[in-house]
Design a protein around this ligand. Structure first.
Ligand code: NDP
Length: 503
């Protein structure tokens, strides 16, 4: 495949202005430099060139931000605000995200590499939606009254009830694959529950979260309630995870770093929720409607360049239709237009960074060494930027790294299975992960039977990557602890207190 087009696609005025100056940290309602004065580069993955600079937070800045979040949690307008006003404020954040949608989409595309139209209609739209959805919960969480008789104080009556209370100061650490959306998935429920937050964004993609910080200010969110730090995981992230005055840490990223977060959180036994990696099985049965299953299986892996924790990266196809499906998915892959994210005609942009690019290329090399064959793709693109062809691999089996490990790139392994029986269930569940799974079939009984047996937090039937703010999302096994979104996510940020009153 030839190199990507060389044209330069320009940013709108607002996004250009935003990256035109070094960006600072948001601490206690003010934009400030890092205590060390250090900054680091923001790179455009379509060219590998620097497009901006941001402050490099480390432990000293984490300390300042946690202090500000603690103050905002305990005093000032936030804890005394009515739930209704809190909800309205969060709704306004959602409105403002939509107001600045084009600018946010451009920043996201520039920083992450994703196609600008996808950023606009998926990332930004869903980020606004989670604020709108969550804002309604601000007034709707309530406790229970629990009638009981105490066995060792017979005759004495009690009135007992539970109170949902915000957990306190929350540290949140997010990855680079959906930078704005991950910030929104984390911030919206924590704030709805009444917590205050220190958010550490991924070093590769700091821009949209910093712009979101300005939106919080414009919406009128009080100082110190949301603090936003750009910096590195090993310094700022580790300091936040270990901080003794942080009550809870919420993390999205690799399973490997998830383990480090758990260890760091042990210092003060802060609560932890984790949304980690995946190696999701996507199963096509012989009776599937291939007109939807083939494009569905292609989009399950190639959406966001395969940089999705729930990517359908292990494609299991019933033997009878194996060649047809592999051919179809490969044809879909060949038709994907690759280019810079800011080109509105681009369907797949570059991978996020040089490191991620090398990681994916190393996986391809290892797959070929172990005997895999590419039906399509399998190469990086010549020229600037971190572009990898969408790739369909066959001749793969468990034990190969490309089958067992999360590649986080546009690479799918297609594997045949004989028939619908317990063996396909065993193969699908043969992974340390358990985030998502897909099933393609016209047979409702098979769909439900399989859905019940798959070890995954989400099972999609005849669809893939369908998300809604109301649907809880999270992992079985080593894909995580707790759930994002839906009412369920509020449990991550709530303590339940029992009050027992003698009458
Ligand atoms: P990481 O898990 O390293 O990064 C996720 C976040 O954690 C980033 O903000 C990162 O900071 C931070 N972090 C890194 N190390 C620490 C630490 N010791 N303590 C606290 N925070 C830390 O993901 P990578 O970017 O390195 O990607 C590696 C692989 O992880 C990918 O190939 C993919 O397989 C998987 N991944 C999974 C994601 C998911 O959604 N489940 C998302 C992203 C990656 P910083 O980046 O600033 O250094």
């Amino acid at each position: 495949m030839s190199a990507v087009p060389k044209e330069v696609f320009s940013l709108g005025k607002s996004a250009a202005n935003f990256i035109g100056m070094p960006r600072q940290l948001l601490i206690d309602g003010k934009w400030v430099n890092a205590e060390s004065g250090k900054t680091f580069q923001v790179i455009n993955p379509a060219t590998g060139e620097q497009v901006g600079k941001v402050a490099e937070a480390d432990k000293a800045d984490v300390d300042k931000a946690v202090k500000a979040a603690r103050k905002a949690f305990e005093s000032g307008p936030w804890p005394s605000m009515t739930k209704s006003d809190r909800g309205k404020l969060l709704h306004r954040v959602g409105d403002l995200i939509l107001k600045y949608a084009d600018e946010l989409a451009e920043l996201e595309s520039l920083d992450n590499g994703k196609p600008v139209l996808i950023a606009r209609h998926a990332d930004v739209a869903l980020a606004a939606d989670i604020f709108h959805y969550m804002s309604g919960w601000a007034t709707k969480r309530h406790g229970l009254t629990i009638p009981f008789d105490c066995m060792y104080t017979p005759g004495v009556q009690y009135h007992a009830y539970t109170r949902p209370e915000p957990i306190g100061v929350v540290g949140q650490i997010i990855p680079w694959n959906f930078p704005l959306l991950m910030a929104a998935w984390k911030l919206a429920p924590a704030l709805t529950a009444g917590c205050t937050v220190v958010l550490k964004v991924a070093e590769e993609t700091p821009l949209s979260a910093l712009r979101l910080g300005e939106i919080f200010q414009e919406a009128g969110v009080p100082a110190g309630v949301v603090n936003i730090l750009t910096g590195f995981g090993e310094t700022a992230g580790a300091a936040l995870a270990a901080h003794p005055d942080v009550d809870k840490i919420a993390f999205t990223g690799s399973t490997e770093v998830g383990r480090l977060i758990v260890k760091a959180a042990a210092t003060n036994l802060k609560k932890v929720s984790l949304e980690l990696g995946g190696k999701s099985p996507n199963i096509v049965l012989a009776d599937a409607d291939l007109d939807i299953a083939i494009p569905g299986a292609a989009s399950a892996i190639f959406f966001n360049h395969g940089q999705c924790c729930c990517a359908g990266s292990r494609l299991y196809i019933e033997q009878k239709i194996f060649d047809r499906v592999v051919e179809g998915v490969s044809a879909e892959a060949k038709n994907i237009k690759i280019g810079p994210g800011l080109d509105p005609s681009t369907q797949m942009g570059p991978l996020v960074s040089e490191i991620q690019f090398s990681r994916v290329c190393d996986y391809l090399d290892s797959g070929f060494k172990e005997g895999a064959k590419a039906i399509t793709g399998g190469k990086k693109l010549e020229g600037k930027g971190y572009f990898v062809e969408p790739t369909v691999l066959v001749n793969t089996k468990p034990g190969m790294k490309v089958v067992d490990e999360e590649i986080f790139g546009p690479v799918v392994t297609a594997m045949p299975f004989k028939q619908f029986d317990d063996e396909i269930v065993r193969q699908a569940n043969n992974t340390i992960y358990g985030l998502a799974a897909g099933i393609w079939t016209r047979d409702v009984s098979k769909a439900h039977a399989l859905a019940a047996k798959l070890q995954a937090g989400t099972v999609w039937v005849n669809c893939y990557n369908i998300f809604d703010a109301s649907l809880p999302f999270g992992g079985y096994k080593q894909s995580g602890w707790g759930r994002e979104m839906g009412e369920a996510v509020l449990d991550n940020y709530t303590e339940s207190k029992v009050v027992t009153v003698r009458i």
